[in-house]
Every structure is written in structure tokens, then in C-alpha cells.
Design a protein around this ligand. Structure first.
Ligand SMILES: Nc1nc2c(ncn2[C@@H]2O[C@H](COP(=O)(O)OP(=O)(O)OP(=O)(O)O)[C@@H](O)[C@H]2O)c(=O)[nH]1
Ligand SMILES: [Mg+2]
Ligand SMILES: [Zn+2]
Ligand SMILES: [Zn+2]
Length: 422
């Protein structure tokens, strides 16, 4: 990057960032989304792993009820104690433990999660919008290229997250290069969020390095479940607990966008998937917005405070001419910072595309309903799939991390710069 860097603190230049959830409200469990007061947090005995022998494992019925299986639910017992100190002595074996658990579902609450308020990012979008593919790719990027760039580590908070990410996302899509199957409705079986802790080391010029943590909770919703007003209970709580929303839109579903699609691009359906008005992007956004309003208790007309990143997916399908010499065509600049000039340019370009595609309503609606929304364009795969498989070049994501970088900036974890110096 050249030119003077105008460093804008993570606190944001245009709007103030959403404030962290006040800790007196306690933490929101990233598994069942219950709001838990600090003194109600349970501890789990360290068990028999250390040199000194703790309690033997027993079946944890709450945990088994949550996962829907007794496998993996035999663990040392939980007990209650003051959760403030972060440590407590097990009343049975006397050993101190720092392992904490949710009083409702008994899932682990990592200490970094209890100590720094977690951020729950809800990922929503209509059926076939590209949510599952995006989760697979975004997490991989954060664990590799983008993580390195940000000096950030992404660590799963529990073994089930590791297992599920491998089995349902990374192995099929990234290793075997098969497209992911349609996500089954939550009605057919319990589904769990993927829970990670993203920790960034920030080196101040004059201060010691400091670690900032963000609990990243991603719940792969089935687009099908967002078609009706009767969203499942866990779903509802997930949306209500969300500190930020990433909304994915398949541009091919927008009425006027098809003229902007590559001619005969492989994988282009002859007609958009949803001829069904319930699945149209604006209607899905409107249903999610209604749900959020119930939680915030805001009157219609008062914009909601939760930041919303709205991304057009699959932009590899757009005609090259449409993107040439545009902000979206450039790759993102900046290392470990958010380039605010680039951000503004991409936002404006996507806005212009929406209006050109007779989807200006979407932009207007977002502006009315949300105090803070940003538009993005990305491609998780980087190229059109071939049949049931990823294209021959493999998975080559393009600007997939942009929405998350913007949210990190909003959360005060990533500085913004204006390379122009404005
Ligand atoms: N060209 C292109 N196609 C993509 C991309 N990402 C996803 N797709 C296509 O979109 C299809 C649906 O993607 P998914 O990630 O399964 O969509 P979803 O939103 O999880 O869908 P549901 O689970 O049904 O709600 C994939 O099978 C691909 O054909 C992309 O980056 N580029
Ligand atoms: Mg899916
Ligand atoms: Zn014990
Ligand atoms: Zn819980």
C-alpha cells in the first residue's frame, strides 16, 4: 500500500460499533442460546486425566438430551459454585477445576468465552443461496490464509465442532471436491452450531501485545426452514441471540440479474430455483427482520441496531464485463486492516448492481430496517461447479472473508484504514 495511512481505530469511522453485550447480563450459551447469569454457570470436575485422580465419568443426561445421543456424554460430573472466580473446587474429590458448563444444556463454556463476551454471528439465506459452501470455505480461510494475515487463531470450542466441520464441510468439499448436499430441515433432526474462538493478537506500537477474543458461532440453517414463519425454536433463539447477521443472496435469484450472468455458464439453472415467493431474498430477509424485531422490541420504523452484512454469493457467475475495472474485480488490499475506501467502493458497486437488477427494493428495505448494513460480493468456490463437483481448478475463494472482516471492524477487533488518507 502506498500513501499515508489514515488509521481509524476499530471503533469505526462512520458509525459507532455495536457495543459488547453488557457482562452483567451474563453470557449467551453458544449451543442452546440461553442467557446465563454469571453465578449460574456450572463447573465440571477435571476428572481422572491429571496426576491426582478426580471423579469418575457419569452419564450427563442434559448433554445427552442436547446432542440426541449418549455417545460422548459420559463425563465427570458438573456442580454449581460461584462462577466469577473462574475456578472452583469439586465438592466430591476436592480438585480445583476451571472447566465451565452451561446450566441448561451442559455444553462447555470456554473460559475465554465467559470472560470476553461472545459474538454470535447468524448466517441466513434462502435455500441454495450458498450458506453451507460459504461456511466450509470461510472457516478454512480463517484457519489458514486469512488467519495468518490477521495474526488470529481459530480454535474449535469442543470436539463435536471439529468432527462435524471435517465430516460435513471440509472433507466433502475441500478434499473430495464434491458439492455439499442440501442442508436438511432442523425438523428432521437436531442440528448444532459450530462454535469457535477467534483470538487476535494486536501489537500496539507502545503497548504490550494484547489478545482479543471473539466467539464465532455459526449455525448452518436450512434455507427451507426460513421459508415459513414457523421457524424452529432453536432457530428462533439463534436469531434472537445474534450480535451480527450475515445474509447471503444468490444473485441468480434476483429478477433482473440473469442478464448479467455469463451466457450458458455451467450450472446456471434455466429458471431461478425459487419461483416460490416465500423463498425470494426480500421475503426471507423480511421474515428474519420480523424475528429480530420481536427480540429488540423496537417499533416498526425504528432501525434495528444489529449489524447486517449482505453478500451476493457466486459472483464468479457474473459476466466478466460486468466486473471489469470495478471495485469487486480488484482484490482486497491491506494486511491485517480493513481498507475503508475499498469497503465503500464495493458497497456502492453492489448497491448499483441491485438497482440495475430491479432489486433496489432490497437495498431500500435494508436501509429502513437496519441502522448499520453493508453490501458485499463474493465467491466461495471461485468458479462454476461442474456437475456435482467443484470445478477443475479446485476451490478458489474470492473475497469470501470480506463480511467477517467488516464485522471484526464493527466489533472493535480490526482497525480500518483509508489509504487515500482522507
Ligand atoms: N458458481 C458458484 N456456485 C456456487 C458457489 N457456492 C455455492 N454454489 C452453488 O450453489 C449450490 C448450493 O450451495 P449450498 O452451499 O449447498 O447452499 P445452501 O444455502 O446451504 O442451501 P440449503 O442447505 O438448501 O439451504 C451449490 O451446490 C453450488 O452449485 C460459488 O461460490 N460459485
Ligand atoms: Mg446448506
Ligand atoms: Zn470431582
Ligand atoms: Zn447451553
Amino acid at each position: 500500500m502506498t500513501g499515508p495511512l489514515a488509521r481509524v481505530p476499530g471503533a469505526g469511522s462512520r458509525q459507532r460499533p455495536a457495543r459488547p453485550r453488557a457482562s452483567r447480563k451474563g453470557v449467551t450459551c453458544p449451543y442452546c442460546f440461553a442467557s446465563v447469569a454469571p453465578q449460574r454457570i456450572l463447573f465440571r470436575c477435571r476428572g481422572q486425566s491429571g496426576r491426582r485422580q478426580g471423579c469418575a465419568p457419569v452419564l450427563d443426561e442434559e448433554l445427552a438430551a442436547y446432542t440426541g445421543s449418549t455417545a460422548g456424554a459420559s463425563l465427570p460430573p458438573v456442580f454449581s459454585a460461584s462462577g466469577r472466580a473462574g475456578r472452583a473446587d469439586c465438592p466430591d474429590c476436592g480438585l480445583p477445576t476451571g472447566n465451565r458448563a452451561c446450566p441448561e444444556c451442559h455444553n462447555p463454556l470456554p473460559s475465554a468465552y465467559c470472560d470476553s463476551p461472545g459474538r454470535i454471528v447468524a448466517l441466513v439465506g434462502a435455500k441454495n443461496a450458498g450458506k453451507s459452501t460459504y461456511i466450509a470455505v470461510l472457516l478454512h480461510e480463517l484457519m489458514n490464509r486469512v488467519g495468518t494475515e490477521l495474526d488470529a487463531s481459530l480454535v474449535a470450542c469442543d470436539d463435536r465442532t471439529i468432527e462435524r466441520y471435517k465430516r460435513d464441510f471440509a472433507r466433502p468439499l475441500l478434499e473430495e471436491r464434491r458439492l455439499l448436499p442440501t442442508t436438511a430441515s432442523a425438523a428432521t433432526g437436531p442440528r448444532e452450531p459450530l462454535v469457535y474462538l477467534l483470538t487476535r493478537t494486536r501489537k500496539g506500537r507502545f503497548s504490550r501485545p494484547r489478545n482479543d477474543s471473539l466467539a464465532l458461532v455459526l449455525f448452518d440453517t436450512a434455507g427451507e426452514d426460513l421459508r415459513s414463519r414457523e421457524v424452529t425454536d432453536l432457530h428462533l433463539r439463534y436469531l434472537e441471540a445474534a450480535d451480527a447477521i450475515i445474509f447471503l443472496i444468490d444473485p441468480l435469484e434476483l429478477p433482473g440479474a440473469r442478464s448479467g450472468v455469463r451466457d450458458g455458464a455451467p450450472g446456471t439453472p434455466a429458471v431461478p430455483h425459487s419461483r416460490d415467493p416465500d423463498g425470494e431474498p426480500l421475503n426471507v430477509i423480511a421474515r428474519v427482520t420480523e424475528t429480530l424485531r420481536q427480540r429488540h422490541g423496537t417499533r416498526p420504523g425504528v432501525p434495528l441496531p444489529v449489524p447486517v452484512a449482505v453478500a451476493l454469493t457466486k459472483i464468479d457467475m457474473l459476466r466478466p464485463g460486468l466486473l471489469e475495472q470495478s471495485a469487486l474485480h480488484r482484490s482486497r488490499s491491506g494486511q491485517g486492516v480493513l481498507d475503508l475506501d475499498d469497503r465503500d467502493a464495493v458497497h456502492e458497486q453492489v448497491r448499483a448492481l441491485l438497482h440495475e437488477w430491479q432489486a433496489g427494493q432490497l437495498d431500500t428495505y435494508l436501509g429502513q430496517q437496519f441502522a448499520d448494513h453493508a453490501l458485499f460480493g463474493l465467491s466461495a468456490l471461485g468458479a462454476a461447479p461442474e456437475g456435482e463437483r467443484v470445478g477443475a481448478g479446485g476451490v478458489r475463494p474470492y473475497r469470501a472473508e470480506d463480511p467477517l472482516l467488516w464485522l471484526l471492524h464493527r466489533f472493535g477487533m480490526l482497525d480500518g484504514v483509508r489509504p487515500g488518507g482522507a
